[in-house]
Design a protein around this ligand. Structure first.
Ligand SMILES: [Zn+2]
Length: 482
């Protein structure tokens, strides 16, 4: 006799028949990633540690520039460039943007350039004094005056080659776009640690602080072929300085090894690293080649874990905006104060005061603000990627993930070291606390000389700009809807 209550098998068969409708077609993107070697072809002065006294002494690992071009179903395009280098000089960003605007009609917001911040790559920044007809100068104070011209020439020659290689990769990736599916997921990886430790006297030193704030997520944007099965490239992020080693060998530090290991494990793929808000984050332990390799291996495994962890489809449309946001400095020093500081026995303090006095002499007044790039990229309702210039500290990651997460659907990804790396980008808290990232690092001359630390308003200024761009993208999208 047949029971009145349907059996589990019957229920399952009913459930199966109702879900037999064809699965929705996947959102079809086009994408292409290109990897190019940018290892210097001869020894070069290196970037990252002011204490180095000579050019590189060998190559432990090749450096790469990688480009990922993506096109949505409406033909909107995005180009992401990642570099195994210390930073992105503004001049390099401008030159690449000129190329992508003129040749490819790409809006500035649709070009993102991010640096891994390896401290074991070549020196690529030149000090460009403000004012008319001012000669460029080498950044490192360890270069002997009689060698300065030669070092400048080498940096310029390398930069010209770099520019050629990057633009050729962009051209190639845009010319080889093929149908693709995009997916997003994240995992975690544990070797980053906050490096700001409060001393008994209340000041801060650069020392591992396991109690300090971190963001150990590893966001991944995965590019598959049209059927969504074969991985072609992966863009991964993490908030950690690339400073495991500080020797005289050229290499990409842990991000370089993570990319290399992942590409070896997944032949034919291109792995690209986007540095996060790692201004106050270091890899620990440090100072041994094996630690660097282990961090790289841990990260390659974390990317695999993310891919394994149920990635969700990423849909369009693509929308992106970038703005150079003037950020005010704090009250600058007076000429009398600078003359006094110039007498300092501290070599870096003396040099800093000398640069500022020179700037004052040629410009009449010190700079009051500096334009910091802020970029927001939306992949439909699937993913928001906000990218800020400078060595952005971890507070921005937490604040923006929370605030954007309340407005936007989908994943939130916050990157630092993007489009211009002019100095640290501290939070209000870190400026008030003081220490290296908030104050004392400002005295190191990079492509520009900063007259003093940022105003504590920097955090709200940049966060407000992220919201503004995000809101513009949201309203542009809803206006377009019928
Ligand atoms: Zn740094």
């Amino acid at each position: 006799m047949q029971p009145l209550i349907p059996t589990l098998a019957v229920l399952l068969s009913i459930a199966g028949s109702t879900s037999a409708a064809p699965a929705p077609a996947p959102y079809l993107w086009k994408a292409s990633a290109v990897s190019t070697t940018i290892t210097p072809d001869k020894p070069m002065w290196m970037a990252g540690y002011a204490s180095r006294t000579g050019p590189s002494e060998g190559v432990r690992q090749d450096l790469h520039a990688k480009t990922l071009a993506i096109e949505d179903a409406d033909g909107q395009r995005l180009v992401i460039v990642t570099l195994d280098l210390i930073g992105v000089p503004r001049s390099l960003r401008d030159a690449i943007e000129k190329h992508t605007t003129e040749k490819h009609k790409l809006p500035p917001g649709s070009l993102l350039i991010n640096a891994s911040h390896t401290h074991s790559g070549p020196m690529i920044r030149i000090y460009e004094p403000r004012g008319k007809n001012r000669p460029e100068q080498v950044i490192s104070s360890k270069v002997a005056p009689e060698n300065e011209q030669q070092v400048l020439d080498e940096v310029r020659a390398y930069s010209a080659q770099l520019m050629e290689k990057i633009t050729a990769s962009i051209d190639q990736s845009l010319a080889t776009l093929t149908p693709a599916q995009l997916k997003y997921s994240f995992a975690r990886c544990g070797f980053s640690m906050n490096r700001r430790t409060r001393k008994p006297d209340g000041t801060f030193k650069n020392f591992p602080n396991p109690e300090g704030s971190v963001d150990q997520t590893v966001p991944t944007l995965q590019v598959y072929d049209a059927i969504g099965e074969n991985l072609k490239s992966v863009l991964f992020g993490y908030a950690c300085h690339a400073t495991t080693l500080g020797d005289m060998q050229i290499h990409g530090d842990w991000p370089g090894y993570a990319q290399q290991y992942f590409e070896t494990d997944h032949p034919g793929t291109v792995a690209m690293f986007i540095n996060g808000c790692s201004g106050d984050q270091n890899p620990y332990p440090r100072r041994k080649v094996e630690y660097m390799e282990r961090h790289g291996r841990a990260m390659a495994t974390a990317i695999d874990a993310a891919i394994f962890a149920n990635p969700v489809p990423v849909k369009g449309p693509l929308r992106a905006l970038l703005e150079w946001t003037p950020v005010a400095y704090d009250t600058p020093p007076t000429k009398a104060e600078l003359l006094e500081r110039q007498k300092s026995k501290d070599h870096y303090e003396k040099r800093y005061a000398t640069f500022l006095l020179d700037d004052l002499k040629h410009n009449g007044t010190l700079a009051k603000s500096y334009p910091v790039p802020v970029q927001v990229i939306r992949f439909g309702d699937s993913l928001t990627l906000a990218a800020i210039g400078g060595e952005v500290v971890i507070d921005y990651a937490h604040r923006l993930k929370k605030e954007l997460g309340e407005k936007n659907k989908g994943a939130i990804w916050i990157a630092g070291y993007s489009n211009d790396v002019m100095c640290y980008t501290p939070s209000k808290r870190i400026i008030e606390e003081g220490g290296y990232e908030g104050k004392t690092s400002m005295r190191y001359v990079r492509s520009t000389v900063h007259p003093t630390n940022w105003s504590p308003a920097i955090e709200d200024t940049l966060v407000k700009k992220v919201h503004q761009l995000n809101d513009q993208l949201n309203s542009a999208r809803s206006n377009k809807k019928p």
